[in-house]
Design a protein around this ligand. Structure first.
Ligand code: HXC
Length: 517
């Protein structure tokens, strides 16, 4: 055997050992649970034979005596780059079969190097999280490693998209890395995420709780709001990553992947008029409206299970990528409350960071009244919506469909808050407050004295709507661009989007604004 052949054989043997991860028994155990391996996840994400690994030969740097002879292939993480739908993406995949995917110094260094290359190349980062947390044997080195990962999550924030896929444990401080990323996808089973788990909670507070209560995808997607998407299984998780990437630019200096259609003309789509209820007090399901506005009815809803009174997500309108923010009157009357303000503001800032135009659909009766809301800080949380819209410099198109009352009218991107164009349907009601509330204040004495109070109130409310809340009042004062036939909404928005693509807006230089957190 020649020297070269020997060296090649040795290289092959080393590679095989690396590819075997934590060994046959561990791989089989995972398969039984329906879990994929770190490498299977990457293979499924990337186009065939495009994955280029780095740091495959990394070794652990444990100081603990027990670890001296332990081999941890790749130090429990696989990193590299590959192509997704023809676009370069950097990825990290923690290998649970090796020391439970725990994070030590070298493991962290590999993650950080992938993050640095994502910035250098200007490409998105996808991170599969499946780890027992800090590698206990590495002590402070592991902690320091987490610190470096968090620092780089923040460095990447707003520069390249970061998507976390939680497909196993993600416990303790480890949960803060996904929390610092743009989107979290979590698989329905086998995954959990928490700062303190059931055992610690029991020891500290005496309260017995289940893993599902503190850390399941179901809980995080609907209660805590930490998780943006729940995946039925790993296949679905990868599909969600691909769909998300299809709306995002590779980095903040690029436009999102618009695919403008050749002919755009003002045409009518009567379906919308059929959805709008005749009675203005009847709630309208805004999902139906969104379905009519976007290409092929294809809408990638973000945070679908959380704060349902506002709906946010990505779509294309005549091929142009948009972020849609819409009040949902069928949930909590479409009011803005603490959670919906957080959800809306976060989405607006994500879109603005990545040059995605905003389309806002308004049907909002106001901020949610109540002691819980006031004590919970609705002023601070609601202000996030104002801050996010006012500071966003991407094209902003607002469509006032029905109610737009008081502060919530401003918080849904009125002209004053920086909307480039504001369209209203003839059904719009734009006023400082709703008709019923207003006439109770203005005509309190008359109403008390009236014999037929109910009819009198209805008569006054109708007059209020016609005189004060009519969209023509706002249009007459120059607060809205035009009153449009709802049937022309899609084409009006499409033409406006096209026109606003060349929008340039310069703001005074500053380090950063101070969003109310
Ligand atoms: C080193 C670890 C480890 C860890 C597990 N292992 N967690 N090794 N550091 N953090 C090892 C086990 O000893 C075992 O080794 C192998 O990985 C598989 O673990 P099992 O427990 O057999 O697997 P399973 O039953 O599936 O349970 C998985 C688990 C559990 C739920 C993740 O292992 C667990 O609770 N681990 C500890 C989690 C934790 O407390 N992490 C530290 C959090 S503190 P062998 O050799 O037997 O195969 C933290 C601070 C970060 O993360 C702060 C950042 C700011």
């Amino acid at each position: 055997m020649t020297l070269n052949a020997k060296l090649l054989e040795d290289m092959k043997a080393r590679r095989e050992k690396i590819m075997a991860g934590g060994g046959e028994a561990k791989l089989v155990a995972r398969q039984k649970k329906g879990l994929w391996t770190a490498r299977e996840r990457l293979d499924s994400l990337f186009q065939e034979a495009t994955f280029q690994e780095s740091g495959a030969h990394a070794r652990h740097s444990c100081r603990f005596f027990d670890m001296d002879n332990k081999d941890l292939p790749g130090d429990a993480v696989v990193v590299g780059t590959g192509y997704v739908d023809g676009r370069l993406v950097a990825a990290i995949s923690q290998d649970f079969t090796v020391a439970a995917g725990s994070l030590g110094k070298i493991h962290a260094r590999k993650i950080v190097s992938a993050m640095q290359s994502a910035v250098k190349l200007g490409v998105p980062l996808v991170a599969f999280k499946d780890s027992g947390g800090a590698r206990i044997q590495e002590g402070v080195d592991a902690l320091s490693g987490y610190g470096e990962v968090f620092f780089h999550n923040v460095l990447l924030s707003g520069v390249v998209p970061q998507i976390a896929v939680i497909c196993g444990p993600c416990a303790g401080g480890a949960a803060y890395s996904p929390a610092l990323m743009d989107f979290i996808i979590m698989t329905k089973s086998n995954a959990f995420m928490f700062i303190t788990g059931p055992e610690v909670i029991k020891a500290v507070t005496g309260k017995a709780v289940t893993m599902d209560e503190v850390g399941s995808a179901e809980m995080h997607s609907s209660v805590s709001g930490n998780v943006h998407f729940v995946a039925e299984d790993e296949n679905h998780a990868i599909d969600l990553v691909r769909r998300l990437l299809s709306y995002l630019p590779s980095n903040n200096s690029e436009d999102p992947p618009h695919r403008p259609s050749n002919d755009i003309t003002l045409v009518e789509d009567e379906r919308i008029n059929e959805i709008i209820p005749d009675d203005s007090s009847k709630p309208m399901d805004v999902r139906g409206i969104i379905g009519c506005l976007v290409d092929d009815g294809d809408f990638l809803e973000v945070h679908a299970n959380f704060a349902g009174n506002i709906i946010v997500g990505f779509a294309r309108i005549e091929g142009m990528v948009v972020g849609i923010i819409a009040n949902q009157p069928t949930v909590r009357a479409g009011t803005l409350d603490i959670d919906s303000s957080d959800k809306g503001a976060r989405f607006i800032r994500t879109c603005n960071a990545f040059n995605i135009p905003l389309v806002t659909l308004v049907d909002v009766p106001g901020f949610m009244p109540g002691i819980e809301q006031e004590r919970g800080g609705i002023i601070r949380h609601g202000a996030k919506m104002l801050f996010a819209y006012a500071s966003a410099t991407v094209p902003k198109i607002t469509v006032i469909m029905r109610k737009a009352y008081g502060g919530s009218y401003l918080a849904m991107c009125s002209q004053e808050m920086g909307a480039d164009v504001v369209y209203a349907w003839p059904t719009a009601e734009i006023a400082v407050m709703g008709a019923e509330g207003a006439i109770n204040i203005l005509y309190n004495k008359e109403l008390k004295a009236a014999e037929n109070r109910k009819e009198k109130a209805a008569e006054l409310a109708a007059a209020y709507r016609a005189e004060f809340a009519s969209p023509y009042v706002s249009a007459g004062n120059g607060y809205i661009t035009d009153v449009i036939d709802p049937a022309t909404t899609r084409s009006t928005v499409a033409l406006s989007l096209r026109k606003l693509l060349s929008k340039r807006e310069v703001r005074p230089p500053k380090k950063h604004g101070n969003i109310p957190l």
